[in-house]
Ligand binder design. Structure first.
Ligand SMILES: [Zn+2]
Length: 283
């Protein structure tokens, strides 16, 4: 029995069946090497001139700097997803600050340009937004997931203590890959229809729609057709698929979507490259 399976059995006893099945699914997904996952995504986006933004955990980024360089060189964006994949809501402001700074130093050391941040688990404590501002990030990609923000249709800023913070946020749609695949057990066709519906809504409002599609799921050969359908349909009906930073730069300068009817941001976090690191996260 492999060490991975032994861990899973142990996990099932300790944490229950839901976690067990989730881990089993991740075990299966991790049989596809991350090089293939990223290559599947990049081949699909490049076919349509689209870009993808990958928030990556900095301690994980150090394991495959070459892969990250490949992502950057093919006109995609990388953002910071913490140094460790920890819930910022459970740690002190000082520890959040230290985690952010450690992540920034690591990215600088690796020579990876970055402008944006998304908190691990999309979990933001009361002091997290001001830390994001203090660190000089241009955008945040997770605050837009909260119930009051996810239905917005344009870029926005948040306020704290009566002051508007400097970085930009975007609404992050509820339809994530984990919701569709793990929780709702959608078939490929259900996923395609649901995503197309969101595209149609953004188009009607000349707005912005952003998705959280984790590479570990959407980059699998079985789910790549869903990504392809989303981009192919979206570009056909007049959508622009830039990186988050490109969308922000253009929208701030010209208040439009680069001459397109609407904008669609494809984002997806890389939390770990290996199944053993996924398991560590559960403990
Ligand atoms: Zn994450």
């Amino acid at each position: 029995m492999s060490t991975g399976i032994a861990w899973l059995k142990h996990l099932s006893k300790r944490r229950g069946r839901k976690i067990f099945y989730q881990a089993l699914r991740m075990y299966r997904f991790h049989q596809t090497p991350f090089e293939d996952i990223v290559s599947n995504i990049l081949q699909t986006t490049q076919k349509y001139g689209a870009s993808f933004t990958f928030p990556i955990v900095a301690s994980v980024a150090t394991q495959k700097p070459e892969l990250l360089k490949q992502i950057i060189e093919s006109h995609n964006e990388i953002a910071i997803h913490g140094y460790q994949h920890v819930k910022y809501t459970l740690i002190s402001t000082e520890r959040q600050d230290a985690d952010l700074r450690h992540a920034i130093e690591t990215f600088k050391h690796l020579g990876i340009p970055f402008h944006g941040f998304r908190a691990p688990y999309n979990a933001y404590g009361p002091s997290t937004p001001s830390l994001i501002e203090k660190c000089g990030f241009i955008w945040d990609g997770g605050l837009g997931y909260s119930k009051e923000n996810r239905t917005k249709t344009q870029l926005f800023r948040i306020s704290q203590d009566g002051r508007e913070l400097s970085f930009l946020c975007f609404p992050l749609d509820e339809l994530s890959d984990d919701l569709m695949i793990d929780e709702r057990n959608y078939l490929l066709q259900d996923m395609k229809i649901a995503l197309r519906r969101r595209i149609d809504e953004a188009r009607k409002l000349n707005g912005l729609v952003a998705f959280d599609l984790h590479p570990i799921r959407i980059g699998q050969p079985e789910f790549i057709p869903v990504l392809e359908d989303l981009i192919s349909y979206g570009t056909n009906v007049g959508g622009w698929f830039p990186t988050v930073s490109q969308a922000i730069e253009r929208n701030l300068a010209k208040s439009d979507w680069n001459g397109h009817e609407f904008c669609c941001l494809l984002t997806g976090d890389i939390d770990n490259f290996y199944f053993r690191d996924y398991l560590k996260r559960l403990y």
